[in-house]
Design a protein around this ligand. Structure first.
Ligand code: ADP
Ligand code: MG
Length: 677
């Protein structure tokens, strides 16, 4: 058997199983081996029913009674219920949509059941456990892998198929050089997969995961370091520091920079003074005042005789920045321009011309800045707001007529812990604004239930009566009976007719035309509306300091990063702000997320919690950009992160990497993924 042998040659793969495997994207033996278990059930520890506690359990018991019925609420759902006994006690067990179990499970036979013993629908029960006839199972050190499944393909099926081809793991080529494996003290790739599919104990599982986790981090870091080295070979314009520039801006403000802002600004000035391109990430919680820091760098660049650009993800944000920045730089004789795709053709042409012949200094826009027809005169700095990555090729695109690569400052308000940022964004230097401007009181956050609604509306109405404004965020635009989610349109109709009939409400969502959205945002800022009923289009960056209330409907639908961003829309002035997260969800995961929001307003802390809740996997704030999918790396393991970093660094610095083709190929692949090119 070879790795590219089709799975159809395996015993037990008929047309139905073959179809199912295809749904799991498994065509060859190799695909099957890479179908790694999602989790492992430890059958080696058998619990007596007398001692059972909520959580993961394995018991040996026989069936006393078993019945199947239809759900009263959902007609299509069948519920199989049984009572299990092991001589020390009895418990209830429940399966859904497996009516055939009443015939599969024989009454007076012992089975090994493994699953979650939990509180559901008002009683404790063992829910959808897997089972094995007890006489067949080997209790000593029996670990059962549980795979991502699909209709007709159970973990048991997969185990049987994998057993037939497990020896082919020896044929797997390992891209990680032996020297690296030795330094990292990890097993080979084939062995790792073998251990994950057929572990003898949980330690085997750990060894397998360690290997795959290390590898993920290693390539990622190596890629970051390579990108960093590449950028350093380019030349950039030197932007000399000029104190009077800073003063000219700060003199117009009625507040002082925070220490954190001052420090970050200083680091940035130091960077852009060099003739090597800056590649810096400015992390700061929502509302920490990143825009002002960026503005100082933009103005410094323009005063040195170059152009500077500010690129943002949405047109709403572009327009907002255009207004605030223009106000601050007008008196300094600096020309600003807005470039977004919504502009009328003629106007766009005009802006492009001004950019080309240097008649405009600061250009604010969306990705339209990168489009054909945009040629800069002498662009020396690009600031990218609310985005993670910017690739070398994008820089090259912007370079056009200029002699040098632009400096790049990326800003993000979905912070990840600093140690982690250094690892994951290995190509970037990182600055952190770790405090908020003084005088802000934390947003008062409450998870709310339906019964609280009228009280909350009353309280919101009082604030509106005092001239403050509110956001109400719904997950959907239009009403939909199937999802049952709150929608902007339905809520609008309802609220306008009932509690808020005397208030001015506007809708804002992604299906509206850009110009329409911009107008509504402007009118909301100008206090022409009391309530902005929106989807998450307002999630990023929107700054209306007079808005002090945020209501999120179906809050369980949003991740922590999104909720934190949404909450950042309020609490942007000295007024006390409130956020109410409505949810009727019973899911423990949702509950943990929402109560984390109640407990802390610190984005960095929330990032840490998010990481803990989700485990290895998606990284806070990066999923939207679709950048990284770490399946095994443990991002909370600081020592592991440091180890991978040191080893990757050595590999690059000693030149070992350049002689090792598989590594170069890996890094090239990842480069494409990790930059927006
Ligand atoms: P973010 O970091 O989320 O992008 P912004 O740059 O939008 O935050 O700033 C949030 C608000 O705080 C803005 O209204 C801004 O004018 C104000 N601000 C910025 N720096 C300070 C400061 N040092 N003191 C007081 N207010 C500030
Ligand atoms: Mg911002």
């Amino acid at each position: 058997m070879k790795l590219d042998t089709p799975v159809s040659v395996l015993n037990g793969v008929g047309p139905v199983v073959k179809k199912g495997l295809e749904r799991l994207k498994i065509k060859t033996v190799q695909d099957l081996l890479w179908h790694v278990p999602r989790r492992w059930e430890d059958y080696s520890q058998i619990t007596k029913i007398r001692n059972i506690k909520p959580g993961k359990v394995a018991i040996v018991a026989c069936i006393e009674v078993i019945n199947v019925r239809r759900s009263a609420r959902m007609k299509r759902l069948t519920i199989t219920e049984a009572i299990l006994s092991d001589g020390t006690g009895t418990i209830k067990v429940v399966w859904f949509n497996q009516p055939y179990l009443t015939t599969t499970l024989k009454k007076d036979q012992n089975y090994l059941f493994a699953g979650n013993f939990e509180f559901k629908n008002n009683y404790l029960s063992l829910n959808s456990p897997s089972f094995e006839p007890a006489n067949e199972a080997n209790f000593q050190g029996a670990i059962y892998p549980i795979y991502p499944e699909t209709a007709g393909i159970t973990s048991k099926t997969l185990q049987k198929l994998i057993t037939q081809c497990i020896d082919t793991t020896e044929q797997i080529t390992d891209d990680l050089p032996d020297s690296i494996q030795e330094q990292a003290e990890v097993v080979g790739l084939g062995e790792a997969l073998h251990l994950l599919h057929q572990p003898k104990n949980m330690h085997d599982v750990e060894r397998g995961r360690d290997r795959l986790g290390f590898e993920e981090l290693f390539w990622l870091m190596l890629t970051g370091m390579t990108l960093k080295a590449e950028i350093q070979t380019e030349d950039a314009y030197k932007i000399p520091f000029d104190l009077s520039v800073v003063e000219s801006i700060l003199n117009q403000l009625n507040f002082e920079l925070t220490d954190a802002q001052r420090k970050s600004a200083w680091t940035i000035f130091k960077d852009i003074e060099k003739n090597k391109p800056m590649n810096r990430l400015l992390e700061g919680d929502v509302g920490s005042g990143k825009t002002l820091v960026a503005l100082l760098a933009l103005v410094m660049t323009v005063k040195a005789g170059y152009q500077a650009a500010l690129m943002v993800p949405t047109e709403i944000l572009a327009r907002q920045h255009m207004v605030t920045l223009t106000n601050l730089v007008k008196s300094l004789g600096i020309e600003t321009s807005l470039l977004i795709s919504a502009l009328p053709m003629a106007e766009k042409k005009l802006v492009q011309e001004k950019i080309h012949n240097g008649k405009t200094d600061i250009i604010i826009g969306t990705h339209a800045l990168l489009s054909e027809g945009v040629e800069f005169d002498n662009l020396a700095l690009v600031v990218i707001d609310e985005q993670h990555r910017f690739g070398v090729n994008q820089r090259r695109k912007l370079k056009t007529k200029a002699q040098a690569m632009p400096h790049v400052l990326t800003m993000t308000a979905t912070p990840i812990p600093r140690s982690l940022a250094l690892v994951v964004y290995g190509d970037l230097d990182v600055s952190v604004i770790d405090s908020l401007p003084p005088g802000r009181s934390p947003v008062n956050t409450k998870v709310a239930r339906e019964i609280d609604r009228s009280t909350i509306y009353f309280m919101v109405d009082t604030l509106l009566g005092q001239g403050q404004q509110a956001y109400i965020v719904c997950p959907a635009i239009e009403e939909n009976d199937i999802t049952g989610l709150k929608s902007v349109e339905a809520e609008y109709k309802k609220l306008q007719k009932s509690v808020f009939s005397h208030r001015r409400i506007a809708m804002l969502h992604g299906k509206m035309k850009p110009a329409e959205k911009a107008e509504i945002m402007e009118d909301f800022r100008a206090k022409k509306y009391d309530i902005l009923l929106a989807t998450t289009v307002i999630e990023v960056g929107v700054d209306v300091p007079n808005a002090t209330v945020l209501i999120v409907e179906n809050a369980e639908r949003f991740g922590l990063a999104a909720l934190h961003q949404l909450r950042g829309r309020v609490g942007r002035s000295n007024l006390q702000s409130y956020s109410y997260l409505f949810s009727e969800s019973q899911s423990p995961m949702a509950y943990k997320r929402l109560s984390a929001m109640e407990k802390t307003t610190d984005g960095f802390r929330l990032a840490q919690i998010d990481l803990e809740l989700r485990g290895p996997g998606e990284i806070y704030g990066t999923t939207q950009a679709g950048i990284l999918d770490l399946r095994f790396a443990n991002l909370l393991d600081a020592a592991g992160l440091a180890k991978a970093k040191t080893i990757a660094n050595n590999f690059l610095e000693t030149g070992e990497m350049l002689q090792y083709k598989p590594a170069l190929e890996r890094v090239n692949q990842l480069k494409k993924l990790t930059s927006l090119d």
